[in-house]
Design a protein around this ligand. Structure first.
Ligand code: 4AD
Ligand code: MG
Length: 454
């Protein structure tokens, strides 16, 4: 009888029928004249047996890892005591090599292994992708994006796709990638926030999942030059609504992943000790965090007036306690988050540390300092995964914000028009998808600043 073509993750219903599957030789083992293949087709893994009865056994002996093949046979449930992915194996009676991979020195498994130099792994990233860990992470990432989209839609946010080539900065000039666009100075977007704000009067609450670009000077395990940025903007809300919304989206997204057997299994495989965070998340004011850091002896590097780190005779940086107005650097933030050990909303940052568009916190100035209705969500092991704020809703206040940041208001006329034509209290946030995934899967991005190949 003709064999039914199947994908490995859909094959179980075809047990004891003749089936045909195509994929890549993931593993290969020969035992007493029988060839065992683990076939991979991207949807899963399938054990296949090419036994002595097969007319093409001779060719089987020359099979190589990563060759693409088509196998036809009968899918048999494994007897008690034997294990293979899916609990079955394909007893193959006919097969074809579609694309042979090299053997010998050039064989796939001779090109690299887990202990290879990172530069080799970067160069062979296209091969590393075929590995079990990389494909599990990518698969979990796909489920995560679906779950985020579903959660956001359930909260009545509409998805839009703003441009990536823009002429406005959002998060300061220091991390802009500049390029010429038909002769005009243009940037790769750092954030789609300003565009999302223009959508509010048209569509109501909106979100986007889009690449953002940062010419980062800090090359840490969490700083990428290009990353996937989930951003949302909500109209007619207050600061408390914003924080509650962020918490809801994160918890509901995690719940969806854990409720789905496929993504739950991936999380278990990649991060066995993962537990869903419980609500409500801790809320910690910036000024209280400064006190907390000093109580716990967590200091930061002293800087001179030009922002250079002050070093002692042995070239060690001089460490000093935190004071109000200091930026909480990544190292201090991570130590605090790891000691506390739960998600933390750190809120109310000083205005001079933050972008031009952030709304001031009513009645919370200490001396000369103004604080903002801003929040970062910090996760154990990673640190900041979300940055959000209420936005300035008043025209005059916005102009003062441009002035403080040295921004030419002319290029932002369309943004200022939002405040002029029917302003509203609104706020939003950006979430780094790779950082969220790092937290979920307990794994970090391979960082390679300046590398675009492959
Ligand atoms: O805190 P950020 O810079 O905030 C904004 O861009 C706002 N305009 C977002 C908004 O309100 N719509 O970036 C937001 C998040 C960070 O919390 C972090 O998770 C991620 O984006 N992020 C990065 N992820 C990887 N590599 C980088 N270089 C990142 N920079 C920011
Ligand atoms: Mg931030």
């Amino acid at each position: 009888p003709a064999a039914t073509k199947s994908r490995i993750n859909k094959i179980t219903s075809l047990r004891s029928k003749r089936v045909r599957v195509a994929g890549w030789v993931h593993r290969l083992r020969q035992q007493k004249g029988i060839m065992f293949i683990v076939l991979r087709d991207g949807t899963g893994y399938l054990q296949a047996v090419l036994s002595g009865q097969t007319s093409q056994t001779y060719e089987a002996l020359t099979l190589t890892i990563e060759s693409s093949v088509e196998l036809t046979g009968t899918l048999q449930e494994l007897p008690e005591g034997k294990t293979a992915p899916g609990g079955h194996e394909l007893v193959v009676d006919f097969w074809k090599v579609l694309g042979a991979a090299p053997g010998g020195d050039d064989a796939f498994n001779n090109r690299f292994n887990e202990n290879s130099d990172p530069s080799v792994l970067a160069e062979l990233r296209h091969f590393v992708l075929r590995g079990e860990t990389a494909s599990s992470v990518l698969r979990l990432r796909a489920s995560l994006l679906v779950a985020f989209r579903t959660s956001l839609a359930e909260h009545n946010l509409l998805e839009v796709t703003p441009p990536c080539l823009v002429q406005t900065q959002v998060e300061g000039g220091a991390t802009l990638f500049k390029l010429k666009y038909y002769g005009q100075d243009t940037f790769l977007t750092q954030s789609s926030q300003l565009y999302l704000e223009t959508c509010l009067p048209s569509l109501g609450d909106v979100f986007c999942i889009q690449e953002s670009f940062r010419a980062e000077n800090s090359h840490t395990r969490r700083h990428l030059s290009e990353y996937t940025h989930l951003e949302a903007e909500l109209a007619f809300i207050n600061f408390d609504d914003l924080i509650t919304h962020i918490e809801a989206i994160i918890c509901e997204t995690v719940d969806k992943l854990l409720a789905d057997p496929e993504s739950a299994a991936l999380i278990k495989q990649l991060n066995p000790s993962f537990v869903a965070p419980s609500r409500p998340f801790m809320r910690l004011a910036y000024t209280d965090a400064i006190v907390w850091l000093n109580e716990h002896g967590i200091q930061h590097e002293a800087e001179d007036a030009d922002g250079n780190v002050i070093k002692d005779a042995e070239e060690n940086p001089t460490m000093v306690p935190h004071s109000i107005g200091d930026d909480i650097a990544e190292a201090a933030e991570r130590r605090m988050t790891d000691i506390i050990g739960t998600p933390i909303f750190l809120y109310g940052f000083p205005a001079e540390l933050k972008a031009f568009y952030m709304k001031k916190m009513p009645g919370t100035s200490e001396g000369e300092k103004t604080f903002t209705e801003s929040c970062d969500l910090l996760m154990p092991g990673v640190g900041e995964i979300v940055g959000g704020s209420m936005r300035i809703s008043d025209s005059a206040e916005l102009v003062a914000g441009y002035r403080r940041e040295g921004i030419d208001p002319a290029e932002y006329y369309w943004y200022a028009d939002q405040r002029k034509y029917g302003t509203c209290e609104h706020g939003g946030y950006g979430l780094g998808v790779e950082r969220f995934l790092a937290w979920l899967a307990n794994r970090f991005t391979v960082r390679w600043p300046g590398r675009a190949t492959p």
